[in-house]
Design a protein around this ligand. Structure first.
Ligand SMILES: Cc1cc2nc3c(=O)[nH]c(=O)nc-3n(C[C@H](O)[C@H](O)[C@H](O)COP(=O)(O)O)c2cc1C
Length: 200
């Protein structure tokens, strides 16, 4: 499938088939792909937590409002977090980034209020979401991105330190009875001339 067809076919899955599991080899590929995500100055301020353990996945489902049933039936849940311990983050910057990137960080990022810096770091994590959803669709794995979760509860359940949980993505295969599939209801989007302009 070319990328245009992939974009047309992917959708936010509302009901997963609870009997199907994403093979370990594809989960390994997705981990590798996430690691390759781009970020400003190659900052990589993220933590990706893959959960397939049923008990932990159910606990997270119960901290996910109306998304609970999707997570319970999904094969895996991936939790996306941003580093919010800026001291630790700066150590990472100093140890791993190129000199110009370190300069950029010190001059333009570090000089802002802490909240703005964490926002900037969070934007980098959101880039990985788009990358990840496209990767899943290209592998014919269905997905549900979710901000409708309780980040503090997630953090506690997963014992996550130095990071703030932002959102999660359920992975698996659509239930045949999911009546929100694009082949049944199409895609709902604003008109191209509302959101795209060309200056030729
Ligand atoms: C950052 C983000 C958070 C979202 N949170 C939820 C959510 O909590 N629950 C849900 O069912 N869908 C959620 N969605 C899915 C969007 O509603 C969906 O992408 C949008 O309506 C377009 O539909 P499509 O993904 O099927 O093309 C989220 C999407 C994004 C990108």
């Amino acid at each position: 499938m070319n990328f245009r067809s992939i974009a047309e076919a992917r959708y936010t899955t509302k009901k997963f088939d609870p009997t199907r599991r994403v093979p370990d080899s594809q989960i390994a590929d997705l981990k590798h792909i996430l690691k390759l995500s781009p970020s400003s100055i190659n900052s990589q301020p993220w933590l990706f937590t893959f959960v397939s353990n049923k008990q932990v996945k159910d606990e997270l489902a119960n901290a996910s409002y109306s998304n609970a049933s999707k997570i319970k039936d999904a094969s895996h849940l991936v939790v996306f977090s941003v580093m919010d311990n800026l001291e630790e983050f700066e150590k990472r910057v100093e140890e791993n980034l190129l000199e110009n990137s370190i300069k950029f960080y010190k001059q333009f990022v570090k000089t802002q209020p802490e909240e703005k810096t964490i926002n900037w770091l969070s934007q980098q994590v959101y880039i990985t979401l788009g990358f990840f959803l496209a990767a899943c669709a290209s592998m014919e794995i269905d997905s549900t991105p979710m901000e409708g979760i309780e980040p503090k509860k997630y953090k506690e359940i997963l014992n996550i330190e130095d990071h703030k949980v932002l959102f999660s993505v359920a992975l698996g295969y659509r239930h045949l009875e999911d009546d929100t599939q694009p082949n049944l209801i199409g895609k709902s989007r604003l008109a191209a001339d509302t959101v795209i302009q060309s200056i030729d």
